[in-house]
Unconditional design. Structure first.
Lengths: 290, 137
């Protein structure tokens, strides 16, 4: 058993105490996200695993099987922290503050042997740096998983095709239109046109934050595909800023029917289908289509 | 040699494509159809492609060609029943078939052809009894 692991085993308790003190004293302590007991449990588990891994004498290669357990624990901790909403700094500090605790204990123990102190500290520093890199990797991986899941959810819920009238479909688009979403929107819309035999589709873009040439291109594609199917497409919900951008970018929408609001688009759709909506005096609340 | 039947229906020609169009068949169709238009003096051509699942740029071009040729011969072309996948493919290929009229199904395509011809010639004599067509409201 070499000196590093001996020291670690012997002073485990003290290191843990100093480490916990450091963590609890940190102004960035998030006791709203995690209780102190939980933090203590995690810290103890990690230190235990570290002490065990170091016993093997392998202090360089953290990808060997000796460190399997500790990387697993670290991954667990950082993924949970990513989901709980810890910042990257807080997650990184968790491992880095262990380094400080170990260094402090070593300094006391080896104060009379500077050469060994230097060697031990640099070994442990290297090891913990590697471990904190792993923490970061998994933290980011955890975050990316969250983002991917949310993207999927948005894609699933954000393209409803609504049947507003017999033969008239409406499709409110909310959020930015990229190629992948346009594909989904287009497929949903065309399939719904076939299913319902509708001849008019209203594409409402009031929920689209900005229209650049790419988004416009996607809109034009959708409109062309709808036309090929034999249905007409009306684009509604064009705000003033969007109209300005479109003209400044030199995008030609003159072949496409555009309306300022969904209500106007619906009115146009009604007149295209020879439908009239009017008020009946007897029952003032109901509008009746004929 | 496979050929696609062209049916005469009053002043219109009806073509229903029920096989996958490969190049030779498509070329033959183009030929036959234009010959038929000139022979019968048809005023409209209706092409039903609801059974076509695969389309390539050549087929898209043939459809466009048929429409342009028919226009020169004074006949309107309506393509009906295009599948969503086919429509998306054509758009991605950049073939938006400008100048070709489209409709959801044969019934609606027929109506569309009738109104198109109405606008050109006024009411078609015995074919149309629905009265004058003024849908300008």
């Amino acid at each position: 058993m070499d000196l590093t692991s001996q020291l670690l085993q012997k002073h485990k308790k003290r290191i843990l105490e100093i480490w916990m003190q450091n963590q609890l004293a940190d102004v960035m302590l998030r006791d709203d996200l995690m209780t102190n007991d939980e933090l203590r449990r995690q810290s103890e588990e990690l230190l235990e695993a570290l002490a065990r891994a170091v016993t093997s004498g392998n202090l360089d290669n953290i990808y060997s099987s000796d460190y399997e357990q500790i990387t697993e624990i670290l991954s667990d901790i950082s993924i949970t922290r990513a989901r709980q909403g810890f910042s990257p700094r807080e997650t990184g500090m968790f491992v880095l503050s262990l380094k400080q605790a170990i260094n402090a204990v070593y300094e006391q123990e080896l104060s009379d042997k500077p050469a060994e102190l230097y060697r031990e500290i640099s070994t442990i520093n290297k090891l913990l740096d590697n471990l904190s890199i792993i923490t970061f990797e998994t933290y980011i991986k955890g975050r990316e998983e969250v983002i991917l899941r949310q993207t999927d959810e948005i894609n699933e819920i954000s393209t409803p095709v609504i049947r507003v009238w017999e033969g008239i479909l409406a499709l409110p688009i909310i959020g930015t239109l990229d190629s992948a979403r346009t594909q989904i929107v287009m497929e949903n819309l065309l399939q719904e046109i076939v299913n319902t035999g509708s001849s008019i589709a209203i594409l409402d873009i009031s929920g689209v934050p900005a229209v650049d040439s790419l988004v416009a291109q996607h809109l034009i594609k959708t409109v062309s595909a709808t036309r090929l199917m034999g249905a007409e497409c009306i684009i509604s919900g064009i705000r003033a800023e969007i109209a300005q951008t479109i003209v400044h970018l030199g995008i030609d929408l003159s072949n496409i029917k555009t309306k300022a609001s969904l209500a106007h688009a619906l009115q146009l759709a009604f007149s295209m289908r020879n439908v009239e909506v009017r008020k009946i005096n007897r029952t003032p609340m109901s509008g009746l289509g004929r | 040699m496979e050929r696609i039947p062209i049916l005469k229906l009053g002043p219109f020609l009806l073509v229903t494509i029920q096989i996958d169009l490969y190049d030779r068949v498509a070329l033959n169709l183009e030929n036959d159809l234009i010959t038929m238009v000139s022979k019968t003096g048809a005023k409209g051509v209706l092409i039903d492609i609801s059974a076509v699942n695969i389309v390539d740029s050549f087929m898209g071009r043939i459809l466009g060609n048929i429409a342009s040729m028919s226009r020169i011969m004074d006949a309107e072309t309506v393509v009906v029943g295009m599948q969503p996948a086919v429509a998306i493919t054509l758009v991605e290929l950049g073939l938006t078939l400008q100048g070709v009229h489209t409709a959801l199904d044969v019934e609606k395509g027929m109506e569309l052809l009738k109104t198109k011809i109405d606008i050109q010639y006024g009411s078609l004599d015995e074919d149309e009894e629905e009265g004058p067509d003024d849908r300008t409201d």
